[in-house]
Design a protein around this ligand. Structure first.
Ligand SMILES: NC(=O)c1ccc[n+]([C@@H]2O[C@H](COP(=O)([O-])OP(=O)(O)OC[C@H]3O[C@@H](n4cnc5c(N)ncnc54)[C@H](O)[C@@H]3O)[C@@H](O)[C@H]2O)c1
Length: 257
């Protein structure tokens, strides 16, 4: 059976858990060759094993996406092993503590900007020339609804994700004529480990924290990982051929109000 990604080489950062891990297995099921990264080598190896068991060819490189050399290496691996780079899901990211801006440590702010924003810049810098040379390719940057609207107590994260959308829109204009589409996806809260501190560190208790969080979402719940990954696979699919420079909210309606 032919799938949407049969024979395509897909690079995913942050593939050790959460959206990245689930996306890797979904791409594997749909026939992709995979180039996987995460800073957590054990989780990365577990995802690679799962994808191999599905039947995908997989190559991995652990490392920090805030380090430019990691991206050079990942793109090089894609070319050496598979001879092409068709898709990139720039997904790795971190959040900072839920705090007013003045309480966020400068080191934590620098880490968020380095990993969430510069990490995407480095990724694009090394992925785009290869795709432009091929005359085809698609990239999806994982931003956030916090990249579309302000996020009180998450100001630096929000700034980094706004930056990701700025990069996305700008390079979409630069590379459209080369046959490369670049978009961003903007989830609201989804049930990954990244959002656990919202509950475990809340002074109101986990139940109240969840109620408060979902009260601002018209669909009145968090997303499942499947709901976000489904949108990712569609955005990168060959069928989605006329969308570029777009930041798509998959947010239960949060940014609509
Ligand atoms: N979960 C949500 O509610 C939500 C909402 C909006 C946006 N996002 C974004 O989705 C993306 C994935 O997040 P998730 O929810 O799956 O979180 P997660 O914490 O479950 O997974 C993130 C993965 O990225 C890896 N990672 C972290 N820093 C890295 C680095 N410097 N280099 C390489 N890998 C690194 C982690 O080890 C982990 O495997 C992030 O960019 C996040 O900002 C998440």
């Amino acid at each position: 059976m032919t799938h949407r990604y049969t024979g395509l080489t897909v690079l995913i950062t942050g593939a050790g858990r959460g959206f990245g891990a689930l996306a890797a297995t979904r791409f594997a099921t749909e026939g992709a060759h995979l180039v996987l990264n995460d800073v957590d080598a054990d989780n990365l190896a577990a995802t690679a094993t799962a994808c191999t068991q599905i039947g995908a060819q997989v190559v991995t490189a652990s490392g920090d996406v805030g380090d430019e050399a990691v991206h050079q290496n990942l793109v090089g691996l894609a070319m050496d092993k598979f001879g092409r780079l068709d898709r990139a899901l720039n997904n790795a990211g971190i959040a900072h503590k839920i705090q007013r801006l003045a309480d966020v440590s400068s080191q934590e702010a620098a880490d968020v900007i380095r990993i969430d924003l510069l990490g995407v810049f480095f990724a694009l810098k090394h992925q785009l020339p290869v795709m432009a040379q091929q005359g085809a390719g698609a990239i999806l940057n994982v931003a956030s609804v916090a990249g579309l609207v302000g996020a009180p107590m998450m100001a630096v994260y929000s700034a980094a994700k706004h930056g990701v959308i700025g990069l996305t829109k700008s390079v979409a204009g630069e590379y459209a004529s080369k046959g490369v589409r670049i978009n961003a996806i903007c989830p609201s809260f989804a049930d990954t480990q990244m959002v656990q501190p919202f509950f475990t560190e809340s002074k109101h208790g986990a139940e109240t924290a969840l109620a408060r969080l979902t009260a601002i979402v018209p669909l009145r719940r968090m997303a499942t990982q499947d709901e976000i990954v489904e949108a990712m696979l569609w955005m990168l699919s060959p069928a989605n051929s006329f969308m570029t420079g777009h930041a798509l909210a998959v947010d239960g309606g949060l940014s609509a109000l």
